[in-house]
Design a protein around this ligand. Structure first.
Ligand code: BGC
Length: 806
């Protein structure tokens, strides 16, 4: 595996360091054979090793812990007094890596500044005594970005975010979030990409690559299985090693291998009995020994149980935010490490190793490359990109009788409080402090003849009834009840308008899961009557009803989807929300987003629903244990294998045009070797009447073998460029052996079993009507070996302990 780190430029500091190391500089005119210094990981590692050698033991230990927080004015704030060598603070940085300043050794390493925000850069938008503002661009949430299925676009979003990190004087972005959307009730699902590891991996890699090319770090998180928020700091997720490998690790592995993130953040939860931040199987054996990760691992904030040396010993190099774990009463992290060192339970070698890993990346960061931040990222162009990403990702779930796009100049009656209280993103550390959010009403008003009386009614109701709640001191959630409109009022709007648009919203948040209840997963009674009454009134006059879902994830559609003509899933679209919704309803943009998560027929059909979010086994009132009974059968892998009908399948998304797939053919099969692959092509033809883009997906159905297999698994995908009506494009796909393989836990290896494999190139995971291609593997292929016994179930737990044995 090659690890090239990209995006580092010559700077005065680097040249000085290179010369100090005795490397030839660029000013050597005497020789034609100039030595080009390759500033890759090895280069920075050599520098870091030299510096760490010169450090005192306390300086080394200082690198392994952040400065900690203090509680002041009702909130946790960084204890800046405990932070070493900060040069130019960025208010709103959520964490820091200590620097070192020592006149005697000559070491002058600046502290690094870390910022949150999976949908952009999250810092304080204003600063005391300064008139300027420091807003991050709010991009669409992770799920919506992934729904574009467009890795190039997501890379451009990553680049814009990386640019904001750099121009605002920061060093590391604490994102992207790459957990698997295992259950729709996960409160933080919006931050994540997909129920499928390939989609997660490709999107994570794209965002990381884009951001890091700007010369800043990224942190893929939360490693691993932070798939619910209930009891997230104590819950023990019991997961079979096969499911860990095939579902929960694979996306991270893809991002690691394709984009070399500078950092990984462990999760708060335990897996199979051990806190992820204390699990050497995860942080050392798999991540480093098997995958070759060369960055550093940091903990999630205050995670674990105060056994700090166990974290460092496991390969979790950096403890964040450092200081005492205030909410849980655990002691000071630095003191814990000092005591462990004195007691011999933390060795000098391990300390040095962690310090070198952290410093290797820290030396590349803007604060140590002498970069002078402008505080002036190009927010105008980032807003345009945010709008494009939002409209390219939104999914047209239903479009009965081509109800959409709406005719130009349509008179639109816009219902629903969410048209005013439009949600750009979710709550918690993923909330970006953006300069504005364009709400749906304002977006519609720009492109249609909006019924302003109705919009004003909602605006006034919102102003009079909104409430703000502080979300754990991290973000503010503004709520407002849905007003009830009488049937006669609705009838009047139906008479005077051409079409109804009903916008429904669902906030969700870090720290708490959603409920399978009215007003959350299900419609509230007021929302249900709104849909019923609007549909009756508008349909009675032969007019259409469109629903826009402004939600962080999946919600029920069974109770109402038949009553409306079209459903646009807008997810949480970022600051340009209203414009992007209007772009799609008007047809300025032809929808090309597709689902990266299934919309099941009911929550009870979700394979994890019976056990979510786990059980309180010790009777203390808190969930502590969560069995992942469904194993590898997450999302469409379950529905397709066990024949459960769904409302909208994984991969589904409609367009205003039609596409035909022609000449699908396997081009090559070199699977006889572990490094081999299958390649195939298909030609996508736009047989409709308007321009559009299509996402083609390749699903594999494996032959029966020793391991049970899902009926289908996504193994590749590609999106066309914008194809005018009548145009076509040939897409190429590659399925490497490593992605075809299944994990054989008994033998610690990834294998491809012999037999005939079917390949479906399809517009969604509903492949029944597609004629498959096939290829044959003549004998079992061992693709790679893994660490014997790694990631094992806890003592006393066996496969038979799960409620289902697949
Ligand atoms: C979240 C992380 C976040 C960190 C810092 C934690 O509570 O789980 O995703 O990066 O806080 O805000």
């Amino acid at each position: 595996m090659k690890h090239n780190n990209k995006g580092h430029h010559w700077s005065g500091v680097a040249v000085a360091i290179a010369l100090a190391l005795g490397v030839q500089g660029c000013n050597d005119n005497s020789s034609t054979a100039k030595t080009e210094v390759v500033k890759d990981n090895a280069y920075y590692r050599a520098l870091a090793e030299g510096m760490v050698q010169k450090m005192t033991q306390d300086e080394r230990l200082g690198l392994l812990v952040g400065p900690g927080y203090v509680f002041a004015n009702g909130a946790f704030v960084t204890n800046l007094d405990a932070l070493n060598n900060l040069k130019g603070d960025v208010p709103g940085s959520v964490g820091y890596i200590n620097g070192v300043y020592n006149a005697e050794s000559g070491l002058d390493i600046a502290a690094s500044k870390l910022a949150d925000g999976a949908a952009g850069v999250r810092i304080a938008p204003t600063r005391e005594g300064e008139s300027g503002t420091f807003h991050g661009t709010a991009f669409p949430v992770g799920t919506l970005l992934a729904s574009t299925w467009d890795a190039d676009l997501v890379k451009r979003v990553g680049a814009a975010i990386g640019n904001e990190i750099k121009e605002y004087g920061l060093d590391v972005w604490l994102a992207p979030g790459m957990n698997i959307q295992r259950d729709p009730l996960n409160g933080r699902s919006f931050e994540y990409f997909s129920e499928d590891p390939l989609v997660s991996g490709v999107m994570g890699a794209a965002e990381v690559a884009g951001a890091q090319a700007q010369g800043v770090g990224t942190t893929i998180k939360h490693f691993i299985a932070n798939n619910a928020e209930t009891s997230r700091s104590i819950v023990d997720n019991i997961i079979s090693p096969r499911a860990i490998r095939e579902i929960y690790l694979r996306g991270f592995q893809y991002a690691e291998e394709h984009a070399n993130p500078w950092a990984v953040m462990t999760a708060m939860n335990k897996v199979n009995g051990t806190y992820t931040g204390q699990w050497a199987d995860l942080n050392t054996r798999v991540l480093r020994d098997e995958w070759g990760f060369e960055g550093f691992v940091m903990s999630d904030w205050w995670s674990g149980d105060g056994h700090y040396a166990d974290m460092i010993n496991s390969g979790n190099d950096l403890i964040e935010p450092g200081g005492p774990a205030l909410p849980y009463g655990y002691g000071d992290a630095l003191t814990g490490l000092q005591e462990a060192y004195a007691a011999g339970s933390l060795s000098a070698d391990t300390i040095t190793q962690g310090a070198v890993r952290i410093l290797t990346q820290v030396l590349k960061m803007p604060s140590n490359q002498g970069y002078v931040a402008t505080n002036a990222p190009d927010l105008a162009s980032h807003a345009i990109l945010s709008r494009q990403a939002a409209s390219d990702g939104m999914v047209l779930l239903k479009n009965h009788q081509a109800s959409l796009p709406l005719a130009g100049g349509s008179k639109v009656a816009s219902f629903g409080i969410t048209q005013i209280n439009t949600l750009k993103g979710g709550a918690g550390s993923g909330d970006v402090n953006a300069a504005y959010t364009v709400n749906v009403a304002d977006g519609l008003a720009k492109q249609f003849s909006l019924d302003t009386g109705l919009a004003d009614f909602y605006r006034t109701f919102f102003e009079q009834n909104k409430t703000s709640s502080d979300f754990g001191g991290i973000s503010t959630v503004v709520s407002c009840p849905e007003p009830a409109l009488s049937q006669s009022e609705i009838a009047a709007y139906a008479a005077s308008n051409d079409v109804a648009v009903i916008t429904l919203g669902r906030i969700s948040a870090q720290g708490q899961d959603r409920q399978n209840a009215k007003g959350d997963y299900l419609l509230s009674d007021v929302e249900q009557s709104l849909i019923d009454n609007v549909s009756t009134a508008f349909h009675g006059l032969g007019k259409k009803v469109v629903v826009v879902l402004n939600t962080g994830g999946v919600m029920d559609t069974s109770a109402w989807q038949d009553k409306v003509d079209a459903i646009l899933l807008a997810y949480m679209p970022g600051q340009e929300a209203g414009h992007a919704v209007a772009d799609l309803l008007s047809g300025v943009v032809n929808p090309s987003g597709k689902l990266t998560q299934t919309f099941p027929a009911s929550y009870q059909d979700v394979p994890s629903s019976a056990g979510f979010p786990g059980t309180d086994t010790d009777g203390d009132g808190k969930v502590d244990t969560h069995y992942y009974n469904e194993g590898i059968y997450v999302g469409y892998r379950y529905y397709a294998t066990f024949g459960k009908g769904v409302n909208y399948p994984f991969g589904h998304g409609l367009s205003y045009t039609q596409f035909d797939y022609k000449n699908t053919a396997i081009q090559s099969n070199t699977l006889a070797s572990a490094g081999g692959k299958v390649t195939l092509t298909t030609t996508v033809y736009n047989s409709g009447s308007v321009s559009g883009r299509e996402v083609a997906q390749v699903y594999v159905a494996a032959p029966a073998g020793t391991l049970g297999k899902p009926a289908i698994e996504l193994k590749a995908f590609a999106k066309t460029k914008l194809l005018p009506a009548g145009a076509s494009e040939t897409l190429s796909f590659e399925i490497p052996a490593s992605w075809l393989a299944s994990f054989d836990n008994a033998n610690n290896e990834w294998i491809i079993e012999p037999g005939t494999y079917k390949l479906y190139v399809a517009p969604s995971s509903e492949v029944a009507a597609i004629a498959p291609q096939s290829f044959t593997v003549s004998s079992k292929l061992v693709v790679s070996k893994t660490t014997p016994g790694a990631l094992a179930l806890p003592a006393g737990v066996t496969e038979a302990s799960f409620e289902t044995q697949y």
